[in-house]
Design a protein around this ligand. Structure first.
Ligand SMILES: Cc1cc2nc3c(=O)[nH]c(=O)nc-3n(C[C@H](O)[C@H](O)[C@H](O)COP(=O)(O)O)c2cc1C
Length: 136
C-alpha cells in the first residue's frame, strides 16, 4: 500500500548550510534506494518534507528522521494512504527545493496538479503553498 507523510520542523539553531547539504545528500541517496519520492524544503530555519512510497519504507524512514537531533518541534501534518504519488514524475522523484528558480518551478507544478482534484494531493499542495508563502 502507498502512503504519504508530510511534516514540518525547526532546524537546530547551529545548523550550518554545510550540515543541511549533508542531510540533502543522505536523503537523496536513501530515498532513491527505497523508491521514496517527495520533496524536502529548507527555508528560514524550517524544514518541510513530503515523503511518499510503500507504507513500510515511508514509516521506517520517518522514524529515522523523527529521531534525528538536527531538527526539533517535528509536527506530522499529513499521514494518509494514497492511490498514487504526486512527485513520481517531478525531478526524478525526490527533489530538494532551495533556489528561487526551484521554488517557482515547484509552484508551477503544484498549480498544474490542482487540476487532478485529488483530495490528499490538494492537502499537500495547500501545506506546501503556505510554507513557501505563495498564495495563488
Ligand atoms: C530535515 C531532515 C530530513 C531528512 N530526510 C531524510 C530522508 O528523506 N531520507 C532519509 O533516508 N534520511 C533523511 N534524513 C536523515 C535521517 O534522519 C537519518 O540520518 C538517515 O536516514 C540515516 O541513514 P542511514 O540509516 O543510511 O545511516 C533527514 C534528516 C533531517 C534532519
Amino acid at each position: 500500500m502507498l502512503k504519504t507523510i508530510c511534516y514540518i520542523s525547526d532546524s537546530r539553531e547551529y545548523e550550518s548550510l554545510e550540515n543541511v547539504k549533508k542531510i540533502y545528500t543522505k536523503a537523496k541517496q536513501n530515498n532513491l534506494k527505497l523508491n521514496i519520492t517527495g520533496i524536502l524544503i529548507y527555508q528560514n530555519g524550517n524544514f518541510l518534507q513530503v515523503l511518499e512510497g510503500h507504507e513500510e519504507q515511508v514509516d521506517k524512514t520517518y522514524e529515522k528522521i523523527r529521531n534525528d537531533s538536527r531538527h526539533r518541534n517535528i509536527i506530522k501534518v499529513i499521514n494518509n494512504t494514497i492511490e498514487q504519488r504526486i512527485f513520481e514524475d517531478y525531478n526524478f522523484g525526490f527533489s530538494i527545493i532551495k533556489s528561487s528558480q526551484e521554488f517557482n518551478e515547484l509552484n508551477d507544478y503544484l498549480n498544474w496538479l490542482k487540476h487532478a482534484d485529488n483530495k490528499i494531493a490538494n492537502k499537500v499542495i495547500l501545506m506546501v503553498e503556505n510554507f513557501i508563502g505563495i498564495i495563488s
